[in-house]
Design a protein. Structure first.
Length: 427
């Protein structure tokens, strides 16, 4: 009896273990699905200025499932949110699209004499509100060999040309991710050299975002790249904590020169005539750091001419896109050449036969005759026909109209007078 109870107990324990295992497997499969979310990512590499349309989105974007905890802030969840919008930064395949990635695109070029240098910022130095055309102070911090921490503004008042984000897997967690901000700055050659030397020396770089209302630049009048390099080397050796000479009085910045050129506010098709009204309602002026040689800086001299090709919103109008003749409609079929190589002339439209205008009919003479009958005197009107016969028109009423009533059968039609006119009065 004890052996039988022991067997039953073992079987019950085994069934319980199997049920617990199956339950954990089912729960394990459902748990990840419940924590996944679909976001919009780039299907391929996209460059700044890419326009999203209802048809192009199918090839440009795709959906991707990620953990809910890894969904970036302001991530785009629906393709419809991107229709008719323009990308303002570059994206690689599988990069997440956010609401800050679209807007008014403007091609940036470095000011004359400046080059472009890129700086990578890790997530702890990430500056969220930095965007193209922002101005920043480049801050450097380092730890000396003895453990002392030093910090200074390496290069003040730098122009941001482009901003990009990289999302890479976190080495510690397979499903995790971390963001790296890649910022492109306009820099002189010595400033770019200083940045690379600071990176080699282990200086931690970060940005101080300058407000538009900051006013004059804090760049000192006697600021020198060589002095900053000395500060880095001396700070590493604990020879100084800061550079007093870098705290000179602020001076006004040298703002890059910009040029205003007309750009359309909407896409304009080929064949659009450049009238005064079109220039006022369809164009606006936009500032550019540099203007391409083939761009039209003023459209007023071209009033009365036509766009030879389509131009797009916020893009300059090339000189070759404007001409005196209106371009032919590409949808209109062209006349095929004849056997002798000549172009057939358009068929002449058949002339419509003009009908002769009706000749006004000559007014026929009429005569009124009075008759006295049982009902009193009545006046009847007669009209002389072309054959000389008289036709009764009807009774003449007091108001001068004829009612068409037939006269009595007894009266006879009047006979013409010897001179060819009726005896009664003619009206």
């Amino acid at each position: 009896m004890k052996q039988k109870n022991l067997i039953l107990m073992v079987v019950a324990v085994g069934c319980g273990l199997i049920a617990a295992f199956l339950t954990s497997q089912v729960s394990g499969r459902q748990k990840p699905d419940a924590q996944l979310a679909e976001i919009i990512v780039a299907a391929k590499e996209l460059t700044p200025g890419t326009k999203f349309t209802k048809d192009s989105i199918k090839d440009q974007l795709k959906r991707k499932k990620v953990n809910v905890a890894d969904v970036p802030q302001n991530a785009v969840m629906e393709e419809a949110e991107l229709e008719e919008k323009t990308l303002i930064r570059s994206l690689r395949a599988d990069d997440v699209l956010t609401t800050t990635d679209t807007g008014k695109f403007r091609l940036m070029e470095a000011p004359p004499g400046y080059s472009m240098v890129g700086i990578k910022l890790p997530i702890d130095k990430f500056t969220q509100f930095v965007k193209p055309t922002s101005r920043v102070d480049l801050l450097g911090t380092l730890t000396s060999h003895s453990g002392k921490v030093h910090g200074n503004v390496l290069i003040p008042d730098m122009l941001v040309m482009a901003v990009d984000l990289q999302t890479v897997p976190e080495s510690a967690t397979p499903d995790g991710s971390r963001a790296i901000q890649v910022v492109t700055l306009a820099a002189l050659t010595d400033e770019a050299r200083l940045i690379r030397m600071a990176e080699t020396a282990g200086v931690q770089l970060s940005f101080i975002l300058r407000s538009e209302a900051t006013g004059p630049s804090t760049k000192p009048a006697n600021w020198d790249v060589k002095e900053v390099i000395k500060w880095i080397n001396k700070s590493l050796n604990d020879e100084l904590d800061s550079l007093p000479e870098l705290k000179a009085a602020p001076v006004a910045p040298t703002a890059p020169q910009t040029t205003k050129i007309p750009v359309p506010i909407d896409d304009l098709p080929a064949g659009t005539e450049l009238t005064q009204q079109v220039l006022e309602s369809k164009f606006k002026t936009q500032e550019h750091l540099t203007v391409p040689d083939n761009a039209l800086a003023d459209l007023k001299p071209y009033i009365g001419q036509f766009l030879q090709k389509s131009v797009y919103r916020d893009q300059f109008v090339p000189k070759s896109f404007v001409g005196a003749k209106k371009p032919e409609d590409p949808k209109k079929p062209k006349a095929e050449p004849m056997d002798d190589g000549s172009t057939p002339k358009p068929e002449a439209k058949p002339e419509v036969e003009k009908k002769p205008e009706p000749v006004a009919e000559k007014k026929k003479p009429v005569v009124d005759r009075s008759f006295v009958g049982p009902n009193g005197a009545k006046v009847y009107r007669y009209e002389k026909q072309t054959d000389g016969e008289w036709k009764l028109l009807g009774e003449v009423l007091p108001d001068g109209t004829v009612n068409g009533v037939q006269p009595p059968a007894t009266p006879a039609a009047p006979a013409p007078a010897p001179n060819g006119t009726p005896e009664p009065r003619i009206t």
